[in-house]
Design a protein around this ligand. Structure first.
Ligand SMILES: *[C@@H]1O[C@H](CO)[C@@H](O)[C@H](O)[C@H]1NC(C)=O
Ligand SMILES: *[C@@H]1O[C@H](CO)[C@@H](O)[C@H](O)[C@H]1NC(C)=O
Ligand SMILES: *[C@@H]1O[C@H](CO)[C@@H](O)[C@H](O)[C@H]1NC(C)=O
Ligand SMILES: *[C@@H]1O[C@H](CO)[C@@H](O)[C@H](O)[C@H]1NC(C)=O
Ligand SMILES: *[C@@H]1O[C@H](CO)[C@@H](O)[C@H](O)[C@H]1NC(C)=O
Ligand SMILES: *[C@@H]1O[C@H](CO)[C@@H](O)[C@H](O)[C@H]1NC(C)=O
Ligand SMILES: *[C@@H]1O[C@H](CO)[C@@H](O)[C@H](O)[C@H]1NC(C)=O
Ligand SMILES: *[C@@H]1O[C@H](CO)[C@@H](O)[C@H](O)[C@H]1NC(C)=O
Ligand SMILES: *[C@@H]1O[C@H](CO)[C@@H](O)[C@H](O)[C@H]1NC(C)=O
Length: 823
């Protein structure tokens, strides 16, 4: 090494040391007093889980200090320091730990734009450390005097607290970001209720629109999904000084967070390593339409279609750009503003909604103090009030909306809604505008015939565009689809909407509500009875994609599968026609105190065997290899002879295409039947169906529901209970007492044994369906089941008073987590 090299080395070393003095070396987890962090430098927590540094959210060009997961892409920020004071330039900005113990952020002019603001003890021994729990702490030795967990932004990490301090009367709460590009304080806040043991979500710091229901020691009563708590250990603490909610993870290598999202929903999710996706456990309110002012002023929310928000007729989005970013809170504005109020020439449009918009007031007397008796009086009262936007009159009186209309919800088919008269500019009256179309057509047309055709077309268009809330009629697009199907591409018959509507007497005879939509009973002209499943709108699939899937599913034919007879596609409508089974579903018998007597042991054993064969066919014998994903007793239908037929198979394929919404994967399935790996990570395989089969099997034997199981000893669910009895050699005690006359103890114990094999935690431990079918048919010795840890000893949520009916679903499909409870 010559002297030149040496001096170079020296300079390098000097440079290295000099940079340590003011800045940090990389991959540190601590900033000491006097040190600072500049862009392109980050702190990394000891275990490598979290990273702190400068970042620019989304497409924003502004700089923030934040903490994010080191190993998760896209970057997921859990904390922002200067959320309300971003930096616009990255040159010579720094985050510095001052000698007085405060961590401060300097902008390019060396002004302090954010500070931890602690009045500490002016100690130069202070350090700022990023912990492996995502908490940034300021401390002197082990004495913490400031921590980011006390100043959360929108994310609640394990170990942090959402609390209410009963001494200072202040809360530590989560506030949503404005949107994905802007971490500034948004509209929604999650906090502790100071008076009750529950959470609340506030809109704009003042309007409470959701509460979690009281904590019952296990879950919040309106959040039964928390029952799936083999991952989270939630706890609630309350004393005279404070009340708070905190949680930890049983397995600390799982990454999980609770976020107050800018949509107004809170969401608990976990990172699924295998799918590289955030997996949503629960979000509340379940329906975005229940978020206060979700669609803003004059918007209408529809839970069943995308986008969720549209504008009332005569209105348009205030900011199309924001709507594009799925931020609807700006709402809608009039397309044509109302003429000067005095002229009183505005017109009114009848609009049907699910419920009254908020903020109505009831008018008894008009301006002249005379009593309002008729709809015309009410209308006049509205016209006379320049701020009146809508009125409604019914036999109980006159309702007036003199503020902006908020919280409108689209009336869905079959609901009993309300109707209001919306004030719009006379020019916006539907029926006026298409006049233009006629004129253009008349000018353009060259022959009588083409004019006639065009006018007809324009008329159709007008009809279609008119009012969404009216009943539907056959349109040109129906004809074209019918035509296409005529060409014989499809083997499965297609029915037109009018036929289906007539067959079901205009969808009046509802058989039930499945996760994917309501089911109606119908009779075709040839007297054939059918079950008609009207799929929830916008499965997210295109017509062609949908048809392709149907073609595949229609090829699945087995005596233990319900047969698909045909389909109907009509604009938004997608309808499936199935064979009708008179005996309804298995749960109707099993869980009914009188009807369960009708299922003696040999019938039950036949049902178990049939389900196993149907599933085996889906998994193995059909070329498609369908995984059911939502097997449960309400999805098993029974024919006249009580033979089981599995329904709703293949739905995951139909709905599978677009299950992601804003990059979150949702669970399709039903609590109580979901395997741990599916519930926790969204991993599904044939073995997840095997798990559900095991649950169904134990339910058939015991006539008890797994997800609403309640014993004096409390802490058992059906699986836990079955396991305990099995271990105590009392397996027969699980049997439904009504089987006492008919049971075959050898078969019954074998079924319980098999059920326990199916519900083992580890998918590899569970038998395949073909093994199960052969195990059912022979009496070779069975392996010893392992204790199901996850599903054991977690209390069910029934005690909390949540109704758990056959379709309590959580058949969370694509966009919604619906728990239909019969509106
Ligand atoms: C940070 O790194 C990027 C690329 O890695 C570079 O373009 C940018 O100039 C760096 N910024 C600073 C302030 O060093
Ligand atoms: C710190 O105090 C200053 C002045 O009192 C205030 O403007 C600023 O918002 C405070 N910062 C934080 C993070 O609380
Ligand atoms: C659950 O959390 C509570 C309170 O934080 C703690 O006392 C308890 O040990 C935890 N239980 C488990 C199994 O981790
Ligand atoms: C909170 O403090 C008040 C007195 O400031 C007291 O009356 C009340 O009981 C306390 N709340 C709880 C939950 O202890
Ligand atoms: C409440 O605060 C008082 C005063 O700081 C303290 O003496 C008491 O132990 C606290 N109570 C609890 C339950 O922490
Ligand atoms: C904890 O989770 C990790 C990652 O999901 C897994 O590899 C590990 O086996 C789990 N540990 C336990 C004790 O379940
Ligand atoms: C909305 O987004 C689409 C593509 O995502 C784009 O084509 C359209 O121009 C955008 N509209 C507005 C108003 O920003
Ligand atoms: C009339 O309106 C009231 C609300 O003010 C509502 O409760 C009632 O059901 C309505 N009556 C009818 C017949 O629609
Ligand atoms: C609507 O009516 C209420 C009660 O009469 C009144 O307080 C409020 O100011 C009115 N709002 C507008 C925008 O006129």
């Amino acid at each position: 090494m010559n002297s030149k090299d040496q001096s170079r080395l020296f300079i390098l070393v000097m440079f290295f040391f000099s940079s340590i003095q003011t800045h940090l070396c990389f991959a540190a987890d601590t900033i000491s007093s006097g040190q600072s962090l500049i862009p392109n430098q980050t702190l990394i927590s000891k275990g490598g889980k979290y990273e702190l540094g400068f970042f620019t959210p989304g497409t924003s060009l502004k700089y923030y200090i934040g903490i994010w997961y080191k190993n998760i892409l896209p970057q997921t920020v859990v904390w922002v320091a200067n959320r309300d004071t971003p930096l616009t330039d990255s040159t010579s900005i720094e985050l510095k730990l001052l000698e007085d113990g405060n961590l401060v952020l300097f902008n390019q002019l060396k002004r302090v734009i954010w500070s931890t603001n602690t009045t500490s003890f002016a100690m130069s021994t202070a350090e700022a450390e990023l912990g492996d729990d995502g908490n940034l702490v300021l401390r002197i030795q082990s004495n913490v005097f400031w921590q980011s967990f006390d100043h959360p932004t929108d994310t609640f990490l394990p170990g942090a607290k959402i609390r209410y301090d009963n001494i200072t009367k202040k809360s530590v709460s989560l506030t949503s970001w404005r949107n994905s590009n802007d971490p500034a304080r948004g509209l929604f806040t999650l906090e502790m209720d100071p008076n009750e043991n529950q959470y609340v979500i506030l809109w704009n710091q003042n309007r409470r629109y959701w509460n979690s229901g009281p904590w019952n020691g296990q879950i919040f009563s309106f959040v039964p999904e928390m029952r799936l708590n083999y991952i989270f250990n939630f706890s609630y603490v309350r004393n005279e000084n404070e009340s708070y909610f905190t949680y930890s993870l049983y397995n600390t290598s799982i990454i999980s967070r609770l976020v107050m999202q800018f949509s107004g929903q809170i969401m608990q999710s976990s990172w699924a390593e295998s799918t590289q996706n955030w997996f949503v456990f629960w979000s509340q309110p379940r329906q975005v339409c229940d978020v206060y002012r979700f669609c803003g002023a004059f918007g209408v929310c529809n839970q069943q279609s995308l986008p969720y928000c549209t504008c009332l007729d005569g209105f348009k989005p205030r900011s199309p750009e924001e709507w594009n970013l799925t931020d609807y809170s700006g709402g809608c504005v009039r397309k044509t503003s109302l003429l000067a109020c005095e002229k009183k020439v505005d017109s009114f449009l009848q609009v049907y909604l699910m419920k009254w918009p908020d903020n109505q007031k009831k008018l008894r007397y008009d301006e002249q103090r005379s009593y309002i008796e008729t709809a015309d009086d009410c209308k006049l009262a509205c016209l006379n009030d320049c701020s009146c936007n809508a009125y409604a009159f019914n036999n109980t009186g006159c309702l007036i909306w003199n503020e902006t209309l908020v919280n409108q919800q689209q009336l869905l088919d079959g609901g009993d809604g309300v109707s209001i008269r919306l004030r719009i500019a006379a020019l916006e009256r539907p029926g006026k505008k298409p006049l233009k179309a006629y004129i253009i057509v008349l000018i353009a047309g060259s022959s009588c015939i083409s004019i006639l055709a065009c006018v007809l077309f324009a008329y159709k268009m007008k009809q279609r565009g008119k009012i969404k809330y009216e009943g539907r009629e056959t349109s040109l697009s129906d004809l074209s689809i019918a035509h296409e199907t005529d060409q014989g591409k499809l083997e499965l018959p297609s029915f037109d909407f009018n036929t289906v509507s007539a067959a079901t007497n205009n969808f009046s005879n509802k058989l039930g509500q499945g996760g994917f939509g309501p089911v109606y009973k119908g009779t075709l002209l040839d007297e054939r009875k059918i079950a008609v499943k009207r799929l929830s709108r916008s499965s997210g699939q295109g017509v062609q994609e949908f048809k392709n899937e149907l073609m595949l599913i229609s090829k699945l034919q087995h005596r233990n599968l319900v047969r698909l007879l045909g389909f109907c596609i009509d604009r938004e409508e997608k309808i499936l026609l199935y064979e009708y089974l008179p005996n309804k579903s298995l749960d109707v018998f099993l869980f009914d105190p009188t009807r369960r007597v009708l299922l003696d042991w040999s019938k039950r054993f036949n049902i178990i065997d049939g389900i196993a064969r149907g599933l085996l066919y889906l998994h193995r014998d059909s070329r498609l290899r369908v995984i059911h994903r939502d097997l449960k007793t309400s999805n098993i239908l029974l024919d006249e002879d009580m033979n089981p037929k599995i329904s709703d198979f293949g739905m995951a394929r139909i709905f599978g295409g677009k299950q992601t919404l804003a990059n979150t994967t949702r669970v399709v399935g039903t609590y109580g039947y979901m395997s741990p790996e599916y519930a926790m990570e969204g991993i599904f395989s044939e073995k997840s169906d095997v798990f559900s089969f095991g649950v169904v099997l134990l339910e058939i034997v015991s006539s008890k529901k797994n997800n609403s199981f309640c014993l004096p000893e409390e802490s058992y669910n059906l699986l836990g209970y079955a396991w305990r009895l099995w271990n105590e050699n009392k397996a027969l005690d699980l049997m439904d007492p009504t089987l006492i006359e008919s049971y075959n103890s050898q078969e019954l114990v074998r079924c319980i044994h098999l059920g326990l094999l199916c519900v083992q935690d580890h998918p590899l431990d569970r038998p395949t369906m073909s093994t199960i079918v052969s195990m059912l048919g022979s009496d070779t010795p069975l392996p010893i089941p392992k204790q199901p840890v996850f599903t054991l000893e977690r209390r069910s949520f029934v005690q909390s008073g949540i109704r758990s009916n056959s379709h309590d679903a959580m058949s969370i499909n694509f966009v919604t987590i619906t728990v239909p409870q019969g509106r």
